[in-house]
Design a protein. Structure first.
Length: 172
């Protein structure tokens, strides 16, 4: 794999995943309410964690955000440390359902694979880069990300599933 290329890919389509808890700051509750995911608790917990992560980004996240903010990459709008209902993504492009992850040395590939499977089931696409690639080859990262984003179909409006759908599926 060359520098700036996505960390993972497969013939069956893009890898999908989301941010784990590399610092171990968020105690997992097991089992999670739905039986999948990390069981990180309430949406309020995730809101607070996402806010903290936005205030204290890693150096690679801060550098990549400078390139993604204000729709600088191909006109695509990204959000940083975006809460996606059940977890937090480093960066998220709502119009594509695209998650961008910047992985440090603490990432666990087994945990990421489990998260990837859940996110794929929910219709997300992901591309991952290493901290080293972001720090040492930003141009390659941005080129790979732009090419990947341009291959995805646009979505009129990205909607997450409602966390508490009515039993009849007809609204209230």
């Amino acid at each position: 794999m060359g520098k700036g290329e996505p960390k993972s890919s497969s013939c069956s389509g893009p890898q999908v995943g989301v941010n784990d808890d590399p610092a171990g700051e968020h105690e997992a509750r097991s089992p999670s309410p739905s039986g999948e995911g990390l069981g990180w608790g309430t949406p309020a917990d995730l809101d607070a964690r996402a806010k903290t992560m936005r205030r204290q980004p890693t150096e690679p996240e801060m550098r990549l955000w400078r390139q993604l903010s204000n729709s600088q990459l191909g006109g695509f709008k990204f959000r940083r440390q975006a809460k996606l209902g059940w977890r937090i993504a480093d960066f998220f492009c709502p119009s594509l359902g695209l998650i961008v992850e910047v992985d440090g040395h603490t990432h666990d590939s087994e945990t990421d694979a489990r998260k990837d499977a859940i996110a794929r089931q929910r219709g997300f696409h992901v591309i991952r880069f290493t901290n080293t690639d972001v720090l040492q080859n930003m141009e390659g990262v941005l080129t790979s990300l732009l090419i990947f984003a341009q291959t995805l179909p646009p979505r009129a409006r990205w909607r997450l599933p409602h966390p508490n759908p009515s039993p009849e599926g007809e609204g209230l």
